[in-house]
Design a binder for this molecule. Structure first.
Ligand code: AHR
Length: 507
């Protein structure tokens, strides 16, 4: 058995955890909306056609903000198609996913669903095939109380109250050649700055996200951020990061994905701060990590991709990845990475939420179930509140081809002084060996501690339609507390949460 030492100090604060860190994303893609959140014929559908079992699972997951309606979809989206009487909404081609969009669910319906799940809307505008005017029109339709044609149209459409959307994404992945309306950093930066200025002349308080790179492996990464921020620095609050990871046959490397995310975030922070220094600005740009997850993209490109001039299905099965234990452990380590950077990553969106690379799956006319990735997200959202705490980890490393030597154990902690609750998160990346961790917890050890781990002897175990509860959290009974120290054994390829129930106020 390997050994490691972890020191947690409630005074070693990284920063406050913005609740928006626990956001997610729903795109008009595959069965995310239709046959996902919305299935009017289902026996569990509510009076508005939304599946109540899915609503319950989204609430259990603890999702704060939901990005909508795309994704690549948004870059060809005409928002006007998605409002007004459903019967008169047009069907349109969705060129991003080679599908037909019926517009049966649009802005109003999605807002209605958000109220049911208790999440806030983060809206993306189309800067692919459209521009400043259409973004302004959508803003006016959504947020102006009354008195203009567009505000009155919303009222006539049955929504007297403005939607009051605070957070807006200025397009999606505009650095990607696959994106409709893909632009150079210079062209996009100018368009984003113009759009942001125009939107802020309506409401200076809007929070705006400019597109960063689609991944750290884009050839333009770094230079894209620098150029785009040089144009938009004064006009926006966030720059986005997107990252997806998949096991390409080297599990040890896949397990180290959190290291890649750490470096990605730190590079974008450095670039944003470089632009800040050059401009002599006192303002700091934060990161909206508004797409992150495990995604078997290679399989999508080779197997699932839809083609054919006469083949435009409605709500096809796309990106329906089934997540294993290993995937969930990597996923948990990505959450650790986000928390380790909570001072600068103040918004994030797990991409996505239902059926499409999702923690929640549904079968038409059948059940909904939790994927393996559901558990780390739900626990972290429920327990990692307040402040993120820097954790000192002493452990062995292992060699990887892409990231060099990587620590076998990764960890972060959180503590909320207001509630006295907190948690320590740990992953064991070793494929063969358990790690016995000794934790110096200081005052946290005096509260009730309980530990749960996500692991299985079979690393490829998953929850499926036929076996929806194969994988779940297991009480980790190896936890021992003595004085202000605790010990716990982390099984190979595992994610663990040690929850702190209630620390006395003086902690
Ligand atoms: O989440 C799936 C897709 O991944 C999104 O549409 C796009 O923004 C990204 O490439």
């Amino acid at each position: 058995m390997l050994r490691a030492r972890v020191t947690v100090d409630t005074h070693s604060v990284i920063g406050p955890i913005n609740p928006r860190l626990y956001g997610s994303f729903i795109e008009h893609l595959g069965r995310a909306v239709y046959d996902g959140i919305y299935e009017p014929g289902h026996e569990l559908a509510d009076e508005d056609g939304f599946r109540s079992d899915v609503i319950d699972l989204v609430k259990e997951l603890g999702v704060t903000t939901i990005r909508y309606p795309g994704g690549n979809f948004v870059s060809g989206f005409r928002w006007e198609d998605s409002v007004g009487a459903v019967s008169s909404r047009p069907r349109r081609l969705d060129l991003a996913w080679h599908s037909t969009e019926t517009n049966e669910v649009g802005l109003a319906e999605f807002e209605q669903w958000l109220t049911k799940v208790g999440s806030d809307l983060m809206l993306a505008v189309n800067l692919g095939t459209r521009g400043v005017q259409e973004a302004l029109d959508l803003l006016e339709y959504a947020n102006l109380r009354q008195g203009t044609a567009l505000a009155e149209k919303r009222i006539a459409d049955g929504h007297p109250e403005p939607y009051d959307v605070q957070m807006w994404c200025l397009g999606n992945e505009m650095d990607g050649p696959w994106q409709l309306g893909h632009r150079s950093a210079d062209d996009y930066g100018k368009l984003a700055a113009q759009t942001a200025r125009a939107m802020r002349s309506f409401d200076p308080g809007l929070e705006l996200v400019v597109c960063g790179s689609s991944s750290a492996s884009m050839p333009t990464f770094g230079e894209w951020e620098r150029t785009v921020l040089s144009h938009t620095y004064d006009e926006v609050d966030y720059i986005s990061c997107h990252a997806y990871y998949e096991d390409r046959g080297d599990r040890a490397e896949f397990l180290a994905s959190g290291v890649d995310m750490d470096r990605f975030i730190e590079a974008v922070v450095a670039t944003a701060d470089h632009v800040k220094a050059v401009r002599g600005s006192s303002k700091t740009i934060d990161i909206s990590f508004d797409e992150w997850n495990i995604w078997y993209n290679e399989r999508f490109e080779k197997v699932d991709k839809i083609t054919g001039v006469d083949n435009w299905p409605i709500a096809p099965r796309l990106l329906e990845d089934s997540y294993t234990v290993t995937d969930a452990v990597v996923f948990g380590s990505l959450l650790i990475s986000l928390l380790k950077h909570a001072d600068r990553v103040t918004s994030a969106s797990l991409a996505q939420l239902v059926n499409v690379i999702a923690p929640i799956m549904t079968e038409p006319g059948g059940p909904a179930w939790r994927q393996t990735t559901f558990f780390p997200f739900a626990e972290t959202s429920a327990n990692a509140r307040g402040q993120a705490l820097r954790v000192n980890v002493q452990c062995d490393s292992y060699a990887t081809a892409s990231y060099g030597d990587v620590p076998l154990v990764d960890s972060v902690a959180a503590f909320d002084a207001a509630t006295g609750r907190g948690a320590v998160y740990l992953v064991n990346r070793s494929e063969n060996e358990s790690v016995e961790v000794t934790l110096s917890l200081g005052s946290l050890a005096s509260a009730g501690l309980s530990a749960q781990s996500l692991w299985a002897d079979d690393f490829s175990a998953a929850n499926t339609l036929s076996d929806p509860s194969r994988v779940g959290l297991i009480v980790n009974a190896t936890l021992r507390v003595e004085g202000d120290e605790a010990t716990i054994v982390l099984p190979p390829v595992s994610w663990t949460q040690i929850a702190v129930a209630a620390v006395p106020a003086e902690a």
